[in-house]
Design a protein around this ligand. Structure first.
Ligand code: GLA
Length: 709
């Protein structure tokens, strides 16, 4: 057997660094000026063949023509800079001297030092043998002992496409109640900036994008996509120039901020991961899902529980008796985790007061939370608790005791949103207080799960008089991540759900320390179909919390059948959020049956391979399969009928055309080729809000020659 090609290599003669993944190659060449330049990102090929001989006559032309791996603001560079620094004498930018590579397994570091100033950078790359995802980040170090360096921009990475006939961008936009809406547009010949200036990842935009030449489809075509692992403000600028080159650069922070890099200090950016796929948008999503499941999410092999959450049922009107009633009903449905939402603490009977005072409200919980927690545990469920630890109502004991703990400027009016202010977690005493408060709540009450909410963006976030006033934009987020990490380390059974007024903080950074994310406060199943479609572009169903709530829906007023609501929510980590005390005996029985059904397909939904499908007649569907292709679950929805036309058969391209499959509910047998190419008749009932769960099992066994086993 020939030795496997190393995942990372560096050819000193060519100045060529190459990263190999199973289906892609990424190559960088060190320019004659010492700056790493992009050479290739795409299909597997011999990158050395792309290098032109370097001679004094043509090297400058070659280097100028190639995009920077991280563009410093210096020389004849006129596009968006990924690195902007200013030294004490007023000089800006960096001129690099290449110090050499450092290779450690699948990790490559390109080490750079400024030719005149005490500044060093490492452009870092990581690949893994089982994935096409390339993780990149930057580390910037002040190597001197004199004045600080001002950093105006430090991106994690810049990415470059090969020349394509055209360029199209896919990205996610939205708002509260309308998160994760997928937009796919022609990329203008311009600089297109996606950004959050909110201190949170954002409802309105997400730090994921995909680019293609305009011809990629769900299962075909080349797609280049990237995702930033950061839970605060961020910026990604895509630059399509008039000569046909497209690059994008991104990282933490928005425009107008600057950070002080002290002598000896290193600033490390979050990871900005990239993926090349030749298997269309669906193939790209599946590769991301596998990466997120194996490299990002904690405990991916542990199925996310079916939860009940009281928020839509009770609002702020929570008390022990009411929660006990709901818990009993939830347990009867097969729920595994009961989550007490907002309203249990301090003077919190509305969103006007009490936030920050994390002691149970005596009128509602006279003996504290313990009796309810014990009852929930006795019913066989875990206990979850809603917290919003980064926030405070101005009408709270915490704010009265520590008015200086919030983001504020003494000479500016404080902006209250949802009647609340943001605690400044960049202050060590505030971080310590938040950690201690949560640790005490978890330890003292036997809490198994925290729903960690953050219901407003930052304002007045630059602290006048502080030595590094904008640093809060980074340090607050790091403190949140650190507290989550510490809580998980100290309480190995504890699980955390990320939430921010719905899905305003969903990113690869927060998902590295939370089990799932609350996708949206909008639980209307029709709206959820597009919200879940957008979510699935980057993130797996396992991380996507989805509840069945009451009908008519509280947000949209739409009336839908219970089965349809379940079938939509079963496509993620299922939860229930309705007022069960008002559900009829028939509804409760149907819900119990559907929860049981979900548990049967849960390993496929949460750990399987996902395919997004459509069929004529307004049907969309999601197909989940075990990696070995034996078990299949398809959830298909038709929100509305048009002209009374029947739905077209649903084709299942992920099935094996040589195999046979049995419908586990009807016992019918199907030929794989027929299901792949002609499709299955879903037999949807007439009318709106029709849905179907289809479960198939492969019934044949492939011969050794076809499986190779
Ligand atoms: C946010 C969350 C909701 C709920 C409320 C409570 O809006 O997204 O699920 O927890 O806060 O105030």
């Amino acid at each position: 057997m020939p030795a496997a090609t190393p995942a990372v290599s560096f050819d000193p003669a060519l100045g060529l660094a190459v990263l190999r993944t199973p289906n892609s190659v990424y190559a960088v060449r060190i320019g004659a000026d010492g700056s790493p330049r992009h050479l290739h990102w795409g299909p597997v090929l011999d990158a050395a063949a792309l290098t032109t001989p370097r001679s004094p006559a043509d090297s400058s032309f070659e280097d100028e023509a190639a995009a920077d791996e991280l563009a410093p603001q210096s020389g004849a560079r006129f596009g968006p800079a990924g690195l902007q620094v200013r030294f004490a004498d007023g000089t800006v930018g960096a001129q690099w001297h290449f110090l050499g590579p450092r290779i450690d397994g699948g990790e490559l570091r390109l080490r750079l030092a400024d030719r005149r100033y005490p500044l060093a950078a490492e452009l870092c790359y990581r690949v893994r043998p089982d994935s096409d995802v390339i993780e990149r980040w930057t580390e910037l170090t002040h190597t001197g002992d004199d004045a600080p360096v001002t950093v105006h921009r430090l991106d994690s990475a810049s990415w470059t496409l090969p020349p394509l006939a055209d360029y199209r961008i896919s990205h996610l936009v939205g708002g509260w109640n309308s998160e994760f809406q997928l937009h796919r547009d022609r990329l203008p010949v311009a600089e297109t900036t996606l950004t959050s200036r909110r201190g949170l990842t954002g409802h309105h935009a997400g730090p994921w994008l995909a680019l293609d030449d305009g011809t990629a489809e769900e299962e075909h075509g080349q797609v280049w996509s990237t995702a930033l692992a950061w839970s605060g403000s961020w910026r990604i600028t895509v630059h399509r120039d008039p000569v046909g080159r497209t690059t994008w650069t991104g990282g933490f922070g928005h425009e107008g901020l600057s950070w002080r890099l002290a002598p000896g200090e290193t600033l490390r950016t979050p990871v900005f991961a990239g993926l090349y796929s030749a298997a269309g948008f669906g193939g790209a999503s599946r590769a991301w899902h596998a990466h997120v499941r194996t490299r990002v999410l904690p405990e991916p092999e542990r199925d996310r529980p079916v939860l009940y959450n009281s928020w839509e049922a009770t609002g702020f009107a929570v008390d022990e008796a009411g929660q006990r009633r709901l818990a009993k009903l939830a347990a009867g449905l097969g729920v595994e985790l009961f989550v007490l939402d907002d309203g249990w603490f301090g003077a919190r009977t509305s969103d006007r007061a009490g936030l920050g005072d994390w002691t149970p409200r005596a009128q509602a919980f006279p003996d504290g939370l313990r009796p309810l927690v014990d009852e929930v545990h006795r019913l066989g469920m875990d206990f979850g608790l809603w917290v919003e630890p980064e926030m405070v109502n101005s009408d709270s004991d915490l704010y009265r005791a520590h008015p200086d703990w919030v983001l504020h400027a003494p000479t500016r009016d404080a902006t209250e949103l949802r009647n609340q202010l943001v605690l400044d977690l960049s202050l060590p005493e505030v971080e310590t207080w938040v950690h201690r408060t949560l640790d005490t709540l978890v330890t003292g009450n036997g809490v198994d799960w925290l729903k960690w909410d953050a219901n407003r963006p930052f304002t007045e976030a630059a602290r006048p008089g502080a030595p590094d006033p904008d640093r809060v934009w980074i340090d607050h987020v790091r403190a949140v991540h650190r507290i989550m990490d510490r809580l998980r380390a100290d309480h190995p059974g504890l699980r955390i759900e990320a939430c921010a007024g719905g899905g305003a903080r969903v990113d690869l950074g927060v998902l590295a320390r939370t089990d799932q994310a609350w996708t949206s406060d909008n639980t209307d199943p029709v709206d959820r179909i597009s919200i879940q479609h957008g979510f699935s572009q980057l993130l797996p169903a396992q991380a996507m919390a989805a509840w069945v709530t009451d009908s008519p829906n509280v947000t949209t007023g739409r009336t839908t059948p219970l089965r349809f609501r379940f079938h939509v929510a079963m496509a993620g980590a299922l939860g229930l959020g309705g007022d069960l005390t008002h559900w009829t005996a028939e509804e409760l029985a149907e819900a119990a049956e559907l929860v049981a059904r979900y548990k049967e397909i849960r390993p496929l939904v949460q750990r399987g391979v996902q395919h997004r499908l459509t069929a004529g007649g307004g049907v969309t569907a999601v197909h989940y399969a075990t990696p070995d292709g034996t078990e299949h679950a398809v959830l298909a929805w038709r929100p509305t009928t048009r002209f009374g036309h029947p739905a077209a058969p649903l084709r299942l391209p992920a099935l094996d055309g040589r195999a046979r499959y049995r419908d586990l509910d009807t016992g019918e047998e199907y030929d794989g080729a027929l299901l792949r190419h002609r499709g299955i008749d879903l037999r949807l009932p007439p009318g709106d809000h029709a849905s179907r769960l289809l479960r198939l099992r492969r019934t044949d066994r492939l011969t050794n020659s076809t499986t190779g086993s």
